[in-house]
Write a protein that binds this ligand. Sequence first.
Ligand SMILES: Cc1cc2nc3c(=O)[nH]c(=O)nc-3n(C[C@H](O)[C@H](O)[C@H](O)COP(=O)(O)O)c2cc1C
Length: 187
Amino acid sequence: MGVPKLLSTPPPADAMTPGALWRAFRRIPAGVTVAATTVDDRSVGMVVSSFTFVSMDPPLVGFFGDDRSTTFPAFLEGHGWGFSVLAQGEEEVADAFRRPVEERFADLSYSVQSSGAVLLDDALIGFDTAPHQVVPTGDHRLVLAEVSNYVMRPRCDRPMIYYEGRLSRLDQRPLIDDDHWDRFWDE
Ligand SMILES: Cc1cc2nc3c(=O)[nH]c(=O)nc-3n(C[C@H](O)[C@H](O)[C@H](O)COP(=O)(O)O)c2cc1C
């Protein structure tokens, strides 16, 4: 049995202040996804970095929505939710979501699915989904959605990465030339 080692560098005394904790959270790399839907015939969308895949059976994806967001409650009203995973090179798309909610889609190419889900044309992957469950979690809500369809761009495109408060690129050179980490998913 191994004996747990003490951290060699003790955490700073202020480790649990919001600022320090946020600096730690920012070190977790994430993709950049536009979550968007239709409410009263208007497209409503926001950028989220917490989007991820959740389950294969049923096919679920999800993200964490901030209760302080003004867009998030409107998004929850949609009957179909679209998730567009942004590719490297789509920084202007991400930028559009810094605008007021009613102006975000003005210069974007997108399609509205029959579900009401809004998908951006040039996304790396677009998921058309139906609401599955919304779970309160602290000052966010976990939003789970069931995938009914998806579209993918060619594999050569790479995802946009959000890391330490910056939109960044993925360096896809493998660290270990072994498919072990990929085979995990087939088991
Ligand atoms: C890179 C990035 C990632 C974000 N990730 C999330 C997220 O995972 N969940 C969330 O609720 N808001 C997230 N936000 C914030 C929302 O996109 C939005 O800016 C926020 O809801 C405030 O805008 P609003 O009040 O107009 O809705 C993120 C913003 C950026 C720029």
